[in-house]
Ligand binder design. Structure first.
Ligand SMILES: Cc1ncc(COP(=O)(O)O)c(C=O)c1O
Length: 396
């Protein structure tokens, strides 16, 4: 028996998206910039997908710039704003950004940009008063992740965006984990730039998009033939974009049913693990779990091992043991799985270095059913009993 519970890392490409990709590969293989009929066929595929992705976030089609994924969309948002300034200015991010934001910003800091990283509370949430206090005359960009991939926290984007934009700063949010799972309405959200990724919503890997509010100016990260309204040169990856479009359309159609189903399963998972010795939910105490789950991603549950010693027992040990039992979970964010350093996200939330090496994440998706949760809980209890057998070790 194999159970995949790592839908925040990636999702299986849905058959409808694969069918659209196959058609693009075998029938609509022209270059979408070519004027002849082969080119026109491919261009129709790209423009249809643009409409489908735009509808998912209630935005005009022309506001969608296709990229090679969420990381590139994040980089385009940051660098697209920054490159317009001849001299370094000030920008604000949160202390719980994905590395696709944190890393380019760290590099810009070395080039002289002034960066404020907003603190978060024990749940991982940014306080809008902190944002207000951090704004400076030369703050040109604010970027705050919408749904945190490691601990699932949703940020108060409505409030944060309103404050940033009233100040005249461009406001970006990374909605890679939110899109397709919660409604996103660009007519309502005070957001200038928003990042999306196809493979987090059952489309293929290698496609993503940046929403650019009409009127907001950016400079490209990749220059060349001027595709994607001159913001992302290079022949579009037509098959991947075709699959992304279909996945976005279906995610929108299914959200009203699928999201409450996932929330229900997620809450069931928290309940089943509530009294397990050696495992605590991250970002929330047991009693506050019910209210806290409203401000979490619907499919997301995260925990840590309070008895972990950081060396022989840590998040990765548990992930490996679960893998041996046929269950795929992850240790914090997938991007940190290669190295055993404390999670900067958990550190920012106030966890000790030892605890910050002991985070795990279980993320649910379309194929998850209640029986998968039951089996996973049973296996997790057995593995934990084996790894952390001494009751004296279960307290920090
Ligand atoms: C919040 C967030 N932003 C950005 C990315 C990067 O997206 P991609 O894998 O499409 O480059 C991820 C992927 O893990 C993510 O979770």
């Amino acid at each position: 028996m194999q159970i995949y519970l790592d839908y925040s890392a990636t999702t299986p490409t849905r058959p409808e998206a694969i069918a659209a990709m196959q058609a693009a590969l075998s029938e609509q293989w022209g270059n979408p910039s070519s004027l002849h009929v082969w080119g026109q066929r491919a261009a129709i595929v790209v423009e249809r997908a643009r409409v489908q992705v735009a509808r998912l976030i209630n935005a005009p089609a022309e506001s969608i710039v296709f990229t090679a994924g969420g990381t590139e969309a994040d980089n385009l948002a940051i660098m697209g704003v920054v490159r317009q300034y001849a001299t370094p200015q000030h920008m604000i991010i949160s202390s719980v950004e994905h590395s696709a934001i944190a890393e380019p910003v760290r590099w810009l800091e070395q080039l002289g940009w002034q960066v404020t990283r907003l603190p978060v509370d024990a749940q991982g949430r940014v306080n809008s008063l902190d944002l207000r206090a951090a704004l400076q005359e030369n703050t040109v960009l604010v970027s705050i992740i919408y749904g945190q991939s490691e601990v699932g926290t949703l940020q108060p984007i409505q409030a944060l965006g309103t404050i940033a934009r009233a100040h005249g700063a461009v406001f970006h949010t990374d909605a890679v984990q939110v899109a397709g799972r919660l409604p996103l309405d660009m007519q309502q959200l005070p957001v200038d730039l928003l990042s999306l990724s196809s493979h987090k919503l059952y489309g293929p890997q290698g496609a993503g998009a940046l929403y650019v509010r009409p009127g907001v100016t950016l400079l490209p990260l990749v220059s060349g033939g001027g595709q994607e309204a001159k913001l992302r040169s290079g022949t579009q990856a037509v098959p991947a974009i075709a699959g992304f479009g279909v996945a976005a359309e279906l995610a929108m159609q299914e959200m009203a049913i699928e999201t409450p189903r996932l929330m229900h399963l997620r809450d069931y998972l928290f309940e089943q693990l509530a009294d397990v010795p050696g495992l605590l939910p991250t970002g929330v105490s047991g009693a506050a779990l019910k209210t806290a789950s409203a401000s979490r991603l619907p499919h997301h549950a995260s925990f840590y091992l309070p008895s972990a010693d950081g060396e022989t027992l840590n998040g990765k040990t548990l992930v490996r043991q679960m893998n041996l039992a046929g269950i795929g979970i992850s240790a914090g964010s997938a991007c940190h799985s290669g190295k055993l350093s404390p999670s900067p996200i958990l550190q920012a939330m106030g966890y000790s270095d030892r605890a910050a090496k002991a985070g795990i994440r279980l993320t649910l998706g379309r194929q998850t059913i209640a029986a998968d949760i039951d089996w996973t809980v049973m296996v997790l209890k057995q593995v934990l009993a084996r790894l952390a057998p001494e009751p004296s070790l279960l307290r920090i």
